[in-house]
Design a protein around this ligand. Structure first.
Ligand code: SF4
Length: 434
């Protein structure tokens, strides 16, 4: 196992942050001054700071619960296997885990015929469905960093989890791309301040282009302009943006999928159409910032193992993919599932939805209160990048980064727990079959 970062004698070691899809790998971690939690030793990111503050400075001593009472790990695994073995249609939700955890989820899903839908599945499906329907050109952080001379942000500057996007693109680094122009298409009231901050970097200019109607109609109009279709009464700023996109050597259009409006998949499709048009004469790519908290990683793993993305069921009838029907809240509201296995290894705030079905909850120790009732099992598991090693896919899809643990955990790895539950389910079903 990788050595503990906190125990490193040669000063703070490099750490890869698992708290959003950017996976910044130039940070280091230490125990906070009070000694109660972890904090960044260098680098700055509000999301990383709040993520680290949810972990103790020393490994957790959390114990499993069965029906709300403390249990040992073997007893909790056996109880979870009993719930799943008698379930006729389980639902696996949350899915906050890394590559190894996702592989183990898939094996248990095949064993039980479970439907798998991540937290935020509806948002994830917007980009998955448009990719399935129309394909697309996406780019990588490295390409943006070293080539992009025009960056167009949809509706708002990257915020929240993706707030460090421009830092990852090297906007503050001289000598990468001599001149860059950042365009905000649409925007919120506080975005001009963010643009002004970007413009303080050498060689960076910025601009706001107002929407023409809503974002749907604006990107449709931009697409028509770039395709040189006949369009009447085009607003000047939008026409200038079309010219700028054509003239750019490498344009990148960036959107946060969880900030897109309902039916945002149509916007994703329109952007891919624009990028496709541009690529006939110059170079362009889209960058979708979404799929955090493990959702993007689990989607990648399911796709390579089964050939289908999440919201898929591996049952007796083979693989069934239902991007709309296999929605967690819809399935629970319709009583279409009879047990819920919920996984949230990174985020103690990502709790399972309240429902009457039996619950198996595997995750951050802070989730214990969500499974402190009869008919539930809670098993605290190690967090990749905090208590154990692991791997996550970055926002740009094709890049997998290794996670180095901050300390050697006492909690089990999710993949081990799921492997033992799978064995338990298989043994119980073999015993029950005639
Ligand atoms: S931007 Fe994301 S990956 Fe980078 S430090 Fe912040 S939370 Fe972590």
């Amino acid at each position: 196992m990788t050595e503990s970062l906190l125990a490193a004698e040669s000063g703070p070691a490099r750490w890869t942050c698992p708290f959003c899809v950017l996976l910044c790998d130039d940070l280091s971690v230490r125990a906070s001054a009070s000694g109660t939690s972890l904090e960044l030793a260098d680098g700055e990111c509000a999301s990383a700071r709040s993520g680290l503050a949810r972990f103790p400075a020393t490994p957790s001593a959390a114990t499993p619960l069965v029906d709300g009472h403390p249990a040992d790990l073997a007893g909790a695994i056996a109880a979870a296997a009993r719930i799943l073995a008698v379930s006729r249609q389980p639902l696996f939700g949350g899915l906050g885990t890394d590559v190894a955890g996702a592989r183990a989820v898939y094996r248990l899903a095949c064993e039980t015929g479970a439907i798998c839908d991540p937290a935020g599945g509806a948002v994830l499906m917007q980009s998955v469905r448009s990719l399935q329907d129309r394909g697309g050109f996406t780019t990588t952080l490295a390409e943006v960093r070293t080539r992009a001379d025009l960056i167009v942000c949809l509706n708002e500057l990257p915020t929240g989890e993706a707030a460090e996007f421009f830092a990852r693109c090297g906007l503050a680094e001289e000598g990468l791309v001599p001149q860059r122009h950042v365009v905000l298409l649409g925007g919120k009231a506080d975005d001009p301040a963010g643009l002004a901050a970007l413009a303080r970097n050498s060689g960076v200019t910025t601009e706001v282009v107002p929407l023409h109607g809503d974002l749907f109609s604006t990107v449709a109009l931009l697409s028509a302009l770039l395709a040189r279709r006949s369009v009447r009464a085009v607003p000047l700023p939008l026409s200038a943006l079309a010219d700028r996109l054509r003239a750019a050597r490498y344009a990148v259009i960036v959107g946060q999928t969880d900030r897109l409006p309902a039916q945002g998949g149509l916007i994703v499709e329109a952007i891919h159409r624009i990028v496709g048009t541009l690529n006939a004469t110059t170079r362009a790519g889209a960058m979708w910032l979404g799929g955090g908290n493990g959702a993007g990683t689990v989607n990648e793993v399911f796709t390579w193992l089964s050939g289908l993305p999440l919201r898929t069921r591996a049952g007796p009838a083979g693989l069934e993919h239902e991007p709309l029907c296999f929605d967690t809240s819809r399935l629970l509201a319709d009583a279409a599932v009879d047990c819920l296995l919920w996984i949230s290894s990174f985020d103690p705030m990502c709790a399972p939805p309240v429902s009457p079905v039996p619950l198996v909850l595997l995750g951050h120790p802070g989730l214990a209160s969500s499974a402190a009732h009869v008919g539930s099992v809670f098993i605290p598991v190690s967090t990749p990048g905090i208590g154990s090693a692991g791997h996550l896919f970055r926002a740009d899809g094709g890049t997998v980064l290794p996670l180095v643990p901050v300390y050697r955990d006492t909690l089990p790895a999710l993949a081990d727990v799921l492997g033992r539950i799978t064995q338990g389910v298989s043994a119980l079903r073999a015993r029950a079959s005639p």
